[in-house]
Design a protein around this ligand. Structure first.
Ligand code: DAT
Ligand code: MG
Length: 139
């Protein structure tokens, strides 16, 4: 059975462009409840740890530099079928391929600066939520 939580980040480009409120509104209007949320900035070291799974990919250095370049919003979201439904809401990694009306279609600049993160599995949603939030912050 699919789990009911996922993890998201509003990435530095979207926060810098003033799209934080619009993106949170889309998330809430799509039926996701915000369980935990923080406005913070990742060091390069923490961004590298968060994306360690991509450490062998050619874009890893660029990804770490970008994700530590400015403030982000991190949040745990709750909804039935959260992981899959959230991936549908954000759209394809590359905004050029993202469906109309998705967050990335509306707000992403490029495949690298793509406005939002969404977990790709229930297991990773839990790992990523735990990375940002202590037990008492994700009740
Ligand atoms: P997603 O964020 O859709 O789950 P991913 O897990 O494959 O995508 O990659 C993580 C992030 O790495 C992605 O949001 C942006 C960056 N990225 C992925 N592919 C890239 C590429 N070909 N060039 C530059 N950045 C890329
Ligand atoms: Mg991913």
């Amino acid at each position: 059975m699919a789990g009911n939580r996922t993890f998201t980040m509003i990435k530095p480009d979207a926060v810098a462009d003033g799209n934080m409120g619009a993106i949170l509104k889309m998330i809430e209007e799509a039926g996701f409840k915000i369980i935990a949320m923080k406005y913070t900035r990742l060091s390069a070291e923490l961004a590298g740890k968060f994306y360690a799974v991509h450490s062998e990919r050619p874009f890893y250095g660029e990804l770490v530099e970008y994700m530590s370049s400015g403030p982000i919003v991190a949040a745990i979201l709750e909804k039935d079928n959260a992981v899959a439904d959230f991936r549908t809401l954000i759209g394809a990694t590359n905004p050029a391929e993202a469906a109309e009306g998705t967050i990335r279609k509306l707000y992403a600049k490029s495949i690298g600066e793509n406005a939002v993160h969404g977990s790709d599995s229930d297991e990773n949603a839990a790992i990523e939520g735990n990375f940002f939030f202590s037990e008492f912050e994700r009740f």
